[in-house]
Design a protein around this ligand. Structure first.
Ligand code: SAM
Length: 265
């Protein structure tokens, strides 16, 4: 069952909040995977389609199936995909799509930590992968250098002592190299590697940072929409004071992700 802290409600608001950064991260992740062309891919927790799009653009796939249990995201992905090699289905961990000969690459961007049982999901991803194929995932470094969410949850902690358990750095101990490597090794994968990928996340203004948090899709926006007007204003003010400023009032931050991959024996 979906976690009420994580509402995946609408494609457009997700794009404004996180999809714009997923779309920058995805090409780097695809390049890091080094999968040869003409391979069949499965993208687990595809959301609005950032990774599927990057696979089509940069990996010369035979096909890509994107799957996600959130109907509005699949609908958004279908509407915005123009590549005949890409298809999208409403399906999630526990019922991942199958391919008769297995997929050559089963992957997932920014979703593994949101699955109800990540270890079981890695085993299931492996079961959908052909012999010698690759299983991979990429997640934000929530406890460390995912700076725009780190500033957010640190500001929340400063104004709301009851919200500590919502902090994604606390919720997702999986999102560290050792834990990711362990879960891939325990899932029966070989030659497991976990490395950082970093992207700049530069916000044009405080408004550019804050407005997407009002969209109600994803953990941080779900928290913001739970606040009354006064607490919302206090949080906005705390963040405005804490965030660094660059030239022209920009907010120049960086976001680090951990990419992990392993091969099926
Ligand atoms: C942070 S979003 C990432 C979406 C997309 N991959 C991206 O990079 O923008 C997390 C995704 O995990 C999906 N998700 C949640 N539970 C899931 C499950 N049980 N199986 C597969 N995906 C799931 C959500 O619907 C959401 O689309």
């Amino acid at each position: 069952m979906a976690d009420v802290r994580d509402r995946w409600a609408a494609g457009a608001t997700y794009e404004a909040f996180m999809g714009r950064w997923s779309r920058q991260l995805a090409p780097q992740f695809v390049a890091w995977l080094q999968i040869p062309g003409r391979v069949h891919w499965l993208d687990v927790g595809c959301g609005t389609g950032a990774l599927t799009t990057a696979i089509c653009r940069y990996a010369d796939p035979a096909s890509v199936v994107g799957c996600d249990p959130a109907d509005p995201f699949i609908e958004y992905a279908r509407r915005h995909s123009q590549d005949i090699r890409a298809s999208f289905v409403v399906a999630g961990a526990g019922g991942l799509p199958r391919r008769a000969d297995g997929y050559g690459s089963v992957t997932s961007l920014l979703a593994l930590n949101f699955l109800p049982d990540p270890a079981a999901a890695v085993r299931e991803m492996r079961s959908r992968t052909a012999a010698h194929g690759m299983v991979s995932a990429c997640v934000w470094d929530y406890g460390g250098r995912m700076e725009f969410l780190r500033y957010f949850w640190d500001a929340v902690a400063a104004v709301d002592a009851t919200a500590q358990a919502l902090d994604e750095g606390v919720r997702f101990p999986l999102c560290r190299p050792t834990a990711l490597t362990d879960v891939f090794c325990a899932g029966g994968l070989r030659d497991v590697r976990c490395e950082p990928i970093e992207i700049p996340t530069v916000f044009a203004s405080f408004d550019d940072y804050w407005q997407p948090l009002l969209g109600g899709t994803g953990p941080a926006p779900s928290y913001v929409t739970s606040l009354d007007a006064d607490r919302c204003t206090t949080l906005a003010r705390t963040l405005d004071q804490a965030l660094p400023r660059g030239p022209g009032g920009t907010i120049p931050l960086r976001a680090r992700a951990w990419a992990v991959r392993g091969t099926v024996p």
